[in-house]
Design a protein around this ligand. Structure first.
Ligand SMILES: [Zn+2]
Length: 347
């Protein structure tokens, strides 16, 4: 008696980024033979009726709207007669036509070398908002997969992190060696002329955060030593968003994303997956106001009868075949995912 949702990001030829083509194919074949693969509409119906299916039942989702969801994932999903959903961040979707897919490879019209490769930057930093844009699908490709086996729904518009109020220092910029993702986001979006010593602040998803503006140009702080930085009263140097401004910004982003998909694909959009799984109860309230009927998190657990459709958990797909099987059987068993986690059986 179990129901759960997988989330994937990228499928790459050799597994350079996320899951390899062959492992993804193997996982889809396995699911087609061992589970009931349903749509997100079905998941919502199960939850609303308070009835979790007897046979292991899963939904397959992709986040972000990468080109590979169109070129690699959709042909494989269709090959096994499955259905899936991709949550796209609409600001990243490109103009332009359809590019090659696995179908062209299968029919001998293209070789694997012809596919767009993830750039070295995105490989190194996994930074999906770098100027490298061909990693995302075009609107025409989105229209195509939505009519085939992969429904297109919303992942917000910007997929952006903003500094959260009150400002909290995560560290100082020490060049590209910094490993924390907060530093990377800061680096990409907030500071355009970086110098060593620039204070780096904690960031959160634009769809969750109450953010702020600086009263003074940030570069004024560059020469401060770490000792001085600790003494700065950051709250006095910023203007926080009012609740009204925060609501307007988040609602505006949610509505933009929904409208762009609806206009470009000529369909109703009702499902929303939070970028990085970050949201607040205000985000959920605004998602409802924007017209979404279900929201998806990255809370790693099975769906239970007690869940509601605005807080639906999802499990990451595993990049190892053994771990994928372990997680599948842990979920499919009466013990459930969490019970096996407590027993320290890696799932
Ligand atoms: Zn995302």
């Amino acid at each position: 008696m179990s129901l759960w949702i997988y989330y994937y990001h990228r499928v790459s030829i050799e597994g350079e980024v996320d899951i390899s083509l062959s492992l993804f194919d193997r996982q889809m074949r396995f699911l087609s033979e061992n589970a009931n693969v349903c749509s997100l509409d079905d998941v919502c119906e199960f939850i609303e009726k308070g009835r979790v299916p007897l046979k292991p039942t899963v939904a397959i989702t992709f986040d972000d709207g990468f080109y590979e969801t169109y070129s690699f994932a959709e042909p494989i999903i269709s090959k096994y007669g499955l259905t899936a959903t991709v949550f796209i961040s609409t600001s990243r979707i490109l103009d332009g036509g359809k590019r090659i897919t696995l179908r062209d490879y299968w029919s001998g019209k293209a070789s694997l070398k012809d596919f767009v490769k993830p750039s070295p930057v995105s490989l190194k930093y996994r930074d999906t908002t770098s100027p490298y844009q061909s990693g995302f699908m075009t609107w025409e490709e989105a229209r195509y997969i939505d009519k085939a086996s992969v429904r297109v729904e919303s992942h917000g518009h910007l997929h952006l992190k903003l500094p959260s109020y009150p400002p909290r220092i995560a560290g100082t910029y020490k060049g590209f060696a910094g490993k924390s993702s907060s530093r990377r986001w800061w680096l990409r979006h907030i500071v355009h002329r970086l110098r060593e010593g620039v204070p780096v602040f904690f960031l959160e998803s634009s769809l969750k955060v109450r953010s702020f503006k600086w009263k003074h140009p940030l570069l004024n702080f560059c020469e401060l030593t770490p000792d001085c930085l600790e003494k700065v009263e950051w709250e006095k140097l910023v203007i926080p968003e009012t609740e009204e401004e925060q609501r307007k910004r988040i609602l505006g982003e949610l509505e933009t994303s929904k409208r762009l998909i609806e206009e470009n694909l000529g369909k109703k959009v009702i499902h929303l997956a939070w970028p990085w799984g970050e949201y607040s109860e205000l985000s959920v309230e605004l998602a409802k106001a924007a017209g979404f009927k279900a929201c998806y998190t990255t809370e790693k657990r099975l769906i239970s009868c007690a869940d509601d459709v605005f807080h639906i958990p999802r499990l990451g797909a595993r990049r190892s075949w053994i771990k994928f099987l372990k997680r599948f059987y842990a979920c499919a068993s009466g013990y459930g995912y969490n019970a096996l986690k407590v027993l320290k059986i890696g799932v």
